[in-house]
Design a protein around this ligand. Sequence first.
Ligand SMILES: [Zn+2]
Ligand SMILES: [Zn+2]
Length: 245
Amino acid sequence: MNAAIAKLARGLGDVVFPPECVHCHGLIPDDGAYRHLCAACARQLDFVQAPHCTTCGHPYYGEMAGERMCPHCEGLVPEFGEGRTAVLFKGPARSLVIELKYHRGLYALADMEAIFRRSPHLLEFARGSVLVPVPLHPRKLRERGYNQSALLAERLARAAGGGTRVESLLRRVLDTQTQTAFDRRTRQANLKNAFALARGAGLNPALHYILVDDVFTTGSTLNSCARSLRGAGCLNLDVVTFGHG
Ligand SMILES: [Zn+2]
Ligand SMILES: [Zn+2]
């Protein structure tokens, strides 16, 4: 089957064609736990469980209890309180993110929400908060047609319930993609000022805000967003990502 037609079929529903696994491309019987991951791939999902780093959410594996340095966020001076992530960004979780971000695979959101729903620690953490998606630059938004972090935040809000809501409080003022000519250090410095409060946005310092992004990589983008929110008077600020990689 032509890839474009397969994608269209997945998007339209599964009446005509049985859905295909986004990771291994095998067919999925309709009684599976996920709509776009087969049972074998679903078993490869690496759900984060305690103990994990409280800054970036990466799990600690068989390491000593007590004061620990997390190799996944060392060097980051967080402008936010704590961070949580649902799964490790690899294998099938990575395939879902790639479908969503680069192949217009909005249908992947259903399984990403299902993954949130199977992450009780994350739902509890987010419940009742105001979720703030990491914004895309307007140029990028026009190109992609949607902000995947905003769509993920909506799914997370729905899964967490308890008055959790999404507010797009930030805007990206610097197009970081046009920054590739600069070296890493300059890019990092520029990223510090890449975000600003959205026009007309207001914060209530009594509320719990959580920045939402698809993947935690170095944390520098989230940190830059956090700096903007802090500057606008946000006191209680954490971060959540779908994956960590
Ligand atoms: Zn599969
Ligand atoms: Zn960490």
